[in-house]
Design a protein around this ligand. Structure first.
Ligand code: GDP
Ligand code: MN
Length: 381
């Protein structure tokens, strides 16, 4: 789960990482009041769950409270690559001498947290990695050993930070960032830029903070940070119903049992020239209620023109799935053409149930490829 900049900074503050003073507001008038309260020039920063806000015009300096009101008025409601701005962070403006980059992620191949640090911050880190990889210091931390002062010292020395006060401040921030990363069970903590002010003070000017969705039950205070408004409404509905669903852009609703089979189904639909509308995994259970819930989510998407059920019965019994489909049709009056490929445990029985129900919009296919072709045809027709 990705956090907003202001939420990440709240966590930074909690762990002792210096950040600028700021207030989150949702209206231009409140922006003015916040700027007034903070005093002096401020930055008005769009709060969206996507990076590159600066380039998109979502970050503006404001000299006066009136100016802050005007800038907030421009930024609120703005669309930044598909994300509508509903909140802005009003922050006391910083003077910037230098911009650095510091992050912690998981390096899955090394099975360890990985620090990355460079004095060439502010820009896209991918660009630094591509054009001057030697400037990017990478350092793994053994999770059992934890982060020790030498880790942080090595980061600053290897990156060529020479000022002793800067070295000390950055080392302290790196160590606190590690505490935040572990304490919040984060997947990513990124500070870009980590700035040095003309007075030599080091501060986190931005925050990209992502926490492990599966660990949220241990962190109710982080779980509360979820912004339900920002989520795709279909994905929010799916989460509410306990349906594993990812919205895609096409018109063939895809439903399978098991993540692997569902992904393969998405691929096969694409392979035969179709465009999947979603990834929806029924999981290992696949009882009637689960199918009803999944169909409810899938058919809520107005782009869906046909539905492709790809079921391989192992633990999931095909007759159960067939009953689920029939029940859902009965309860919901689905008019979409539905292609069903049932194979595995009780497949014969499942297909018989579908046949005998005689629903005109249900089409049984014997193979995965034929099923995909049929569903794509029906979506087009
Ligand atoms: P991003 O574009 O989404 O990564 O947003 P950032 O928070 O990193 O801001 C983008 C850029 O805006 C920074 O790299 C800075 O150059 C600039 N910026 C942000 N806050 C301030 C500030 O307080 N003072 C000044 N002078 N520039 C700022
Ligand atoms: Mn940034």
């Amino acid at each position: 789960m990705d956090l907003y900049e202001f939420q990440g900074k709240e966590l930074f503050r909690r762990y002792g990482i210096p950040v600028s003073d700021g207030r989150v507001v949702t209206s231009a008038a409140d922006a003015r009041a916040a700027a007034d309260e903070l005093g002096g020039p401020v930055v008005v920063k769009a709060q969206v769950l996507i990076g590159g806000r600066g380039k998109a015009g979502g970050i503006k300096l404001a000299e006066t409270p009136a100016d802050a009101e005007a800038r907030a008025g421009e930024i609120l409601g703005m669309d930044i690559r598909g994300h509508t701005v509903r909140k802005v962070l009003i922050e006391r403006a910083s003077d910037i001498e230098r911009e650095y980059y510091l992050s912690l992620t998981f390096d899955r191949s090394a099975k360890k947290p990985l620090f990355m640090f460079t004095t060439q911050g502010g820009v896209d880190i991918e660009e630094v990695a591509a054009t001057s990889p030697e400037a990017l210091v990478r350092l793994h931390v053994d999770p059992l050993e934890g982060c020790h002062p030498w880790h942080a010292r090595r980061l600053v020395y290897e990156a060529g930070v020479e000022d002793p006060s800067e070295q000390k401040q950055i080392a302290a921030i790196a160590s606190k960032l590690y505490d935040a990363f572990v304490g919040c069970e984060a997947m990513l903590c990124e500070v870009n830029p980590l700035i040095v002010t003309p007075e030599g003070e080091v501060r986190a000017l931005d925050s990209k903070f992502s926490v492990d969705e599966n660990a949220l039950f241990r962190h109710p205070e982080l779980a509360e940070m979820r912004d339900v408004d920002a989520a795709d409404p279909l994905e929010a509905l799916a989460r509410e119903k306990g349906v594993t669903y990812v919205k895609l852009d096409g018109d063939v609703g895809v439903l399978g049992n098991g993540a692997g089979l569902t992904m393969a189904t998405v691929d096969v639909v694409t392979f035969v020239g179709g465009r999947p509308a979603d990834f929806c995994d029924l999981g290992g259970g696949g009882d009637a209620q689960g199918v009803v819930d999944a169909l409810e989510v899938i058919t809520r998407d107005p782009q869906v023109r046909s539905i492709y059920f790809n079921i391989f019965g192992g633990i999931t019994r095909c007759d159960e799935v067939a009953k689920g489909i029939l029940q859902a049709l009965e309860r919901m009056g689905i008019e979409h053409p539905i292609v069903v490929r049932l194979d595995g445990t009780n497949a014969e029985e499942g297909r018989r149930l579908l046949r005998e129900a005689g629903a005109g919009n249900v089409h049984a296919e014997a193979t995965m490829l034929d099923g995909a072709r049929r569903a794509v045809e029906l979506a087009a027709g």
